[in-house]
Design a protein around this ligand. Structure first.
Ligand code: MN
Length: 725
């Protein structure tokens, strides 16, 4: 058996069952066989890499699935083994982890400005639905960085930059200080070998000095703690190289001018002891004002907890003291990974989203955010409502989950969206309603000929930005078309809702337009046309206004007493001054026909009712205080003479047998439609016949009347006025 597994197994013996050890050995054998013949750049068999990775994962304290996945992590990418093979042999959990790690490895990377880097980091977090995928990837990267010197220089720089910009910050966010520091130092060594060597040599030169300094402090503190009976573990250390490097750059100092490179850590059993130790340290050394930080009462957003203070030691040299419990210490070193260690055996861990509810809770309790916006990142993105995709050039575009290629196109530029004719994802044409996935590379196909978005895109897009830009386009680019489309849609819906009459009322119309801030009907049609307002909303408003009017005025409205009858007469035979396209109806009481002098009454919700000027109902209403303002000038439409109108006729006659037949014959010969006919006997053998007939106007009416008068027994023929209706 190779050296790899021999190193790994002892680390596991303590907390791992025999069954788990068997699985791990099985995974090792599987990986070894799959990678057979492959070599690392340093000449070692490839299997040494997955073994080292698994070993780091084991050190983090992760579960068996993670260790197994660590051993297999390069198999899907670099060997014959498939997802299915792994699933079959090691279960779906392991297969998903390996698959996740493989996908993370495919995120294209190139150095960019900070904002882009931030999105790239978020994508990393979002892509790994299971946090263990990230931890495995970090372990993988850590081992690759440890062995980076075998890569060509150019590759080294590339990997180091990526590590510095993506992996180290992610380790920081997950609270994994130990890995973060190591990644930073390894990267720095590649990125600025001279600067790195300067610090290493500077530290080396002062090594004994530092050691003595730290020894002295440790002795002094431990002596005092022993006196008061506090058990503590005291570590002295020199800060990691990258933190010194950053300090030199930030303060523009050279190595000799950086004093506080030493730090002491006191680890105790209880939180109470932390504060006790702090008191003794401040008693022994003079604290620098403003440098005390209590991350126990207010943990850092990445869950880090400790007391920090900087004090002055011998010869005025400052040093930092960190005080924490053993549990806090483990958390500080391993961050999120510590979760497994502390919860191990309590519940079954699967790393799924629900498992991390505790992180969310923890984070939500923390209002005090660190400079690094950890809370936002974790809360919004690790449990993601967002999706991160690439342009073909490798820029990251951040969109809400469920976003489509159309959203993507408009996120780039409205001109791209407006010219879009299709989209490719990963080189393949997709439907426009395709839901983008993390890491997709999206290519928008545009055309100069077919210019403009489609109206149904409004139903597809997910972002407000895309929706607004599409609406904007329709608003601007095709006003005429919008008015036309809006009018058609509106009138159709209006008819279907039986509200045509209501909307013809000026007061209701005005109120509705005002409600939506439209200055004209055309504006409203345009609004409906481009989707700025829906017909449903307008109709609801009309209903609302209508019921308000009805409630107020119903009982007073004489028009309500008139039976409306659907007939041809509802066509717009009358023109109303200053109002076009208004519903017109002819009053049944006086049945006006062309040739009559007419007036119009604006009804509440049913258009304009036309009366004869001499109609008694009209006359009395025009005198009424509350109604006189509703009467308006109207005149006959010149082109309306061929229309038929209902008109009331009254015939007085001397009764005889066959009279009604003779009268009916006249109508029949003249092709006049008769709608109603009632005969009422008066005394002395006289009869009054009332009819409702259709006529084109006064001229025809007179013609009919003359024919009727020729019938024996007919005395008078006149228009009827039905005052009681
Ligand atoms: Mn690897």
């Amino acid at each position: 058996m190779a050296k790899g597994i021999e190193e790994l197994l002892p680390k596991l013996k303590k907390n791992t069952s025999q069954a788990d050890l068997d699985r791990i050995r099985d995974a090792y054998e599987c990986a070894q066989k799959a990678h057979e013949g492959q070599k690392r750049r340093d000449g070692a068999p490839f299997i040494s890499h997955p073994c080292a990775t698994a070993s780091i994962i084991a050190e983090m304290g992760l579960d068996t699935d993670s260790i197994v996945a660590g051993l297999l992590h390069d198999c899907i990418e670099d060997t014959e083994l498939t997802y299915e093979n792994i699933k079959e042999r090691f279960g779906e959990g392991v297969a998903l982890l390996v698959d996740g790690v493989t996908k993370l490895g495919k995120i294209p990377y190139s150095s960019k400005e900070e904002e882009q880097m931030e999105d790239l980091r978020k994508m990393f977090l979002a892509m790994a639905k299971d946090i263990r995928v990230i931890l495995i990837k970090l372990a993988d990267r850590l081992h690759n960085m440890r062995t980076i010197s075998y890569l060509p220089i150019e590759k080294q720089r590339e990997k180091a930059l990526e590590t510095m910009e993506i992996y180290a910050p992610i380790a920081h966010r997950l609270g994994m200080q130990k890995i973060k520091w190591e990644l930073e130092d390894l990267s720095l060594q590649c990125l600025d070998p001279i600067g790195y060597r300067e610090i290493v040599e500077g530290l080396e030169a002062k090594r004994s000095e530092h050691e003595m300094f730290l020894e002295h402090i440790k002795d002094k503190i431990s002596q005092r703690l022993e006196e008061v009976g506090i058990k503590a573990k005291i570590d002295g250390r020199v800060k990691h190289i990258y933190s010194i490097y950053r300090k030199m750059y930030a303060q523009n100092k050279n190595m000799d001018e950086i004093y506080d490179v030493c730090a002491v850590r006191v680890i105790v059993d209880t939180i109470a002891d932390c504060y006790n130790v702090l008191g003794f340290v401040h008693d022994l050394y003079k604290p620098i004002p403003g440098r005390f930080k209590d991350y126990i009462s207010t943990p850092k957003p990445n869950m880090y907890r400790s007391l920090h203070t900087t004090v002055i030691g011998r010869e005025g040299i400052p040093f930092e003291v960190q005080i924490r419990t053993f549990e806090m210490h483990h958390m500080a070193e391993y961050g999120i990974a510590a979760h497994w260690k502390y919860k191990a055996g309590v519940t079954k861990q699967d790393g799924s989203e629900n498992e991390f509810a505790w992180i969310r809770q923890l984070l939500e309790g923390q209002q005090d955010t660190d400079a690094e916006d950890f809370i936002r990142t974790i809360k919004v993105d690790l449990f993601a409502d967002e999706v991160f995709v690439f342009t073909p050039k490798g820029d990251v575009i951040n969109l809400p989950a469920g976003a489509t290629p159309i959203d993507f196109a408009y996120a780039i530029h409205s001109a791209v969206g407006n010219r879009m004719v299709g989209a490719k994802v990963g080189g393949r044409i997709v439907q426009l309603d395709y839901q983008l996935k993390n890491g997709d590379i999206v290519d928008i196909l545009t055309s100069k000929e077919t210019y403009g978005p489609k109206r149904d895109w409004l139903q597809i897009v997910k972002t407000g930005e895309a929706r607004n830009k599409i609406k904007q386009w329709f608003k601007k680019e095709c006003r005429e078309e919008n008015i036309q489309r809006g009018r058609e849609e509106f009138e159709r819906e209006l008819r279907a809702a039986l509200l045509t009459n209501a909307f013809a009322d000026e007061e209701i119309k005005t109120a509705v337009l005002k409600r939506f801030s439209f200055n004209s009907l055309d504006e409203m049609y345009a609004g409906i046309g481009y989707g700025g307002v829906t017909t449903t909303r307008v109709l609801n408003k009309i209903r609302e206004e209508l019921s308000r009017y009805n409630a107020k005025q119903d009982k007073l409205d004489p028009e309500k007493l008139i039976t409306t009858r659907k007939a041809k007469t509802e066509s717009s035979g009358a023109i109303i001054e200053g109002v076009d396209n208004c519903l017109v109806k002819f009053a049944r009481c006086c049945t006006p026909i062309p040739g009559d002098e007419i007036v119009g009454f604006i009804t509440r919700g049913y258009g304009v009712s036309i009366h004869r000027k001499d109609c008694p109902n009209a006359q009395s209403s025009m005198r009424s205080e509350t109604e006189k303002d509703r009467w308006i000038q109207v005149k006959w439409n010149d082109g309306s003479m061929s229309d038929h109108y209902m008109v009331g006729m009254q015939i007085s006659c001397k009764s005889r047998v066959g009279l009604l037949a003779d009268i009916a014959m006249v109508f029949s010969n003249m092709k006049i439609n008769v709608h109603e006919m009632t005969a009422r006997d008066l005394r002395d053998g006289y009869t009054v016949i009332s009819l409702m007939i259709e006529s084109t106007g006064m001229e025809q009416f007179e013609l009919i009347a003359n024919r009727l008068k020729r019938i024996s027994g007919v005395i008078t023929v006149s228009r009827s006025l039905m005052e009681n209706r």
